[in-house]
Design a protein around this ligand. Structure first.
Ligand SMILES: *Cc1c(COP(=O)(O)O)cnc(C)c1O
Length: 355
């Protein structure tokens, strides 16, 4: 049996590392591609739908794929500290990988808009967390300015190595399916991930590993949809905090991925996101955080519009970017059910079961 050593070792020949690069890994990647037998019934008989469950990465989101490379390269360069602006998952990942590498980790978050699970991760790993009174975009501006003045490594997706690491998600999908899917649905926030997947698919096709390229279907929350509206949003609003971003760093690359692939970038409302979030949990047994459900919400929206061809077999992959336990408050709020509290009495409990 071959022992799994993380995305850098698995895809070394496609990544900018040398024998001298110290590899910092938590064995990220190698996440399951799970067939959605129940959801695909809603889409069409000719359709296979898969979810790539990125919530099963070591810190619970896809950010780990990029962080293993960004931190390895930071260590190789000889810096002593990293910094990021974060809606939560980047900070959780940056903190974990930085500590493992023996680097200091600084994290700037929008005050009041980060899910509890994510904040707990940054704190337990020992990052220095600073909450700014402003949104993610403001936090990122601060971080950029700090990196211009101090020798601290920026590990947001502006960091080239983050995108390089994240493109391995596309490689894994092709390795499992034997080719690229026909459509690739993905949430879009700062737009690094859609950029990375498109890069990955293109590189794999150039190397002869895939015969085709997917159409990229990116979904922003309706209250935080700068790319769809064609202008930055001053005050983005959505319950999907991981994509609550008004001025995406990889805006141009996302538009390029959309146009080169012949895909779309569109909106999904918070209601549609919550419906998809509950659908995934109730029908497929998969618990994701709200932002992740934007890909499935978009899939359903486009199936209703009859966007997908009906005259041939097609495969659709949805990226499920982060784990549901990141944001337990949202899960509890989204179901109208409170556990009944009773005495430890057989008859009492049976009475409730029978209700
Ligand atoms: C970071 C993140 C996103 C957004 O990805 P971008 O690369 O910023 O577009 C979506 N979902 C989750 C769970 C995330 O952590």
């Amino acid at each position: 049996m071959q022992v799994y050593k993380g995305v850098i070792e698995r895809y070394r020949e496609y990544l900018p590392v040398t024998d001298k690069t110290p590899i910092i890994t938590l064995l990220e990647g190698n996440t399951p591609l799970i067939r959605f037998y129940n959801i695909e019934k809603m889409i069409g008989e000719n359709v296979e739908v898969y979810g790539k469950y990125e919530g099963l990465n070591p810190t619970g989101s896809f950010k780990d794929r990029g962080m293993t490379l960004a931190i390895s390269k930071a260590l190789e360069k000889g810096v002593k500290a990293t910094i990021c602006a974060s809606t939560g998952n980047t900070s959780a990942s940056a903190a974990a990988y930085s500590m493992r590498a023996g680097l200091k980790s600084y994290v700037i978050i929008p005050n009041g808009y980060i899910a509890l699970g994510k904040l707990s991760q940054a704190l337990i790993h020992g990052a220095k967390v600073i909450a700014v009174e402003g949104n993610f975009d403001v936090a990122l501006e601060m971080v950029k300015k700090i990196c211009e003045n101090y020798p601290i490594e920026l590990v947001n997706s502006l960091n080239f190595f983050r995108i390089e690491g994240q493109k391995t998600g596309a490689f894994e999908i092709v390795d499992v399916l034997g080719d690229a899917p026909d459509f690739h649905c993905i949430p879009v926030g700062n737009a690094g991930n859609i950029t990375a997947y498109w890069k990955g698919y293109k590189e794999y096709k150039e190397k002869g590993k895939a015969k085709k390229l997917p159409k990229m279907l990116g979904f922003q929350a309706a209250g935080a949809a700068p790319i769809v509206l064609g202008k930055p949003i001053e005050t983005p609003e959505t319950i999907a905090t991981a994509i609550r971003i008004g001025n995406p760093a990889s805006w141009k690359q996302a538009v390029l991925a959309r146009d080169e692939s012949g895909g779309v970038i569109d909106t999904v409302t918070d209601e549609e996101i919550i419906q998809a979030y509950k659908l995934l949990a109730e029908e497929e047994g998969i618990f994701v955080e709200p932002a992740s459900a934007a890909s499935v919400a978009g899939l359903i929206k486009y199936a209703r519009k009859k966007y997908f061809p009906e005259d041939k077999k097609i495969k659709i992959v949805c990226i499920l970017t982060g784990h549901g336990l990141k944001d337990p408050d949202r899960a509890i709020k989204s179901v109208e059910f409170k556990p009944a509290v009773v005495a430890p009495d057989f008859n009492e409990i049976i009475k409730i079961i029978k209700q």
